[in-house]
Design a binder for this molecule. Structure first.
Ligand SMILES: Nc1ncnc2c1ncn2[C@@H]1O[C@H](COP(=O)(O)OP(=O)(O)OP(=O)(O)O)[C@@H](O)[C@H]1O
Ligand SMILES: [Mg+2]
Length: 231
């Protein structure tokens, strides 16, 4: 479970000494196994919320409970215990250009001391889930955008995270590939993982009919089950 209680996030002042309040007094709860859409215009605070959950940023005030740990107060050196439970999917894929599809996914297991055959088994399992078993020896540049995003989803899934944070994962894709990625996220959610998806796409919000938390200028202005796009 994830709970935000009166969370405010101020970024440090910039060169002209303006402080940016990216999240203003946000409170919400996300239960295990939910599929939640974070919706809002550019700059509304979607990525900031995801970074607060993954301990990449700390809130300026408020409480963020991740299961029974207040991660607002977690030490930097302990943040990995939270990150192990999270798979992050980015808009720009962040694949290693000189590694093959297989290696990009296997790389994420390097920190674990698994033997080669176990690594192969795990990697092939997630690549099958995203439908890329025939592309294991390709380099990222030999793949379409949708295929590259599927590699990054496989990489995010490899350590079997409890929670998937997907930050505008279809922002660079055409509608056909977008549907593919959304279907995979639904499949992951059906297998038990919590999915938090940020988007500003009306089509995605209306297609999914899932809970929608709408942000406007850092504030939560709506939180609705089976939400529709209304910005
Ligand atoms: N590291 C930072 N330092 C200062 N301000 C920041 C930083 N990161 C984000 N911001 C500001 O915080 C606000 C929220 O940014 P955020 O990236 O969370 O928005 P977003 O909803 O993800 O937007 P987009 O749809 O464009 O990705 C923006 O006004 C942004 O300029
Ligand atoms: Mg963003």
């Amino acid at each position: 479970m994830i709970e935000f209680k009166n969370v405010t996030k101020e970024y440090p002042p910039n060169l002209v000494k303006e402080k940016k309040v990216a999240i203003k007094n946000a409170s919400f709860e996300i239960k295990d196994g939910e599929f939640v859409i974070l919706c809002g215009r550019s700059g509304a605070g979607k990525t900031t919320i995801l970074k607060l959950i993954s301990c990449e940023e700390k809130p300026s005030s408020g409480l963020i409970m991740f299961d029974d740990v207040n991660i607002a107060e977690i030490k930097k050196s302990n943040a990995y215990t939270i990150r192990q439970k999270i798979g992050f999917i980015f808009q720009d894929y962040k694949l290693l250009s000189y590694k093959t599809v297989y290696e990009n996914v296997a790389y994420a297991l390097e920190a674990f001391d698994f033997n080669e055959s176990l690594v192969k088994e795990e990697v092939m399992q997630v690549l099958e889930l995203v439908g890329l078993e025939s592309k294991i020896n390709c380099l990222p540049r030999e793949l379409s955008g949708g295929e590259q995003q599927r590699v990054s989803i496989a990489r995010a899934l490899i350590h079997r995270p409890k929670i998937i944070l997907a930050d505008e994962p279809t922002g660079n894709l055409d509608p056909y590939h977008t549907r593919d990625i959304i279907k995979i996220l639904l499949k992951i959610n059906e297998s038990g993982s919590t999915v938090i998806l940020s988007t500003h796409s009306k089509e995605i919000v209306n297609l999914l009919e899932k809970r929608v938390i709408t942000l406007e200028d850092g504030r939560i202005i709506r939180d609705e089950e089976k939400g529709v796009f209304s910005l």
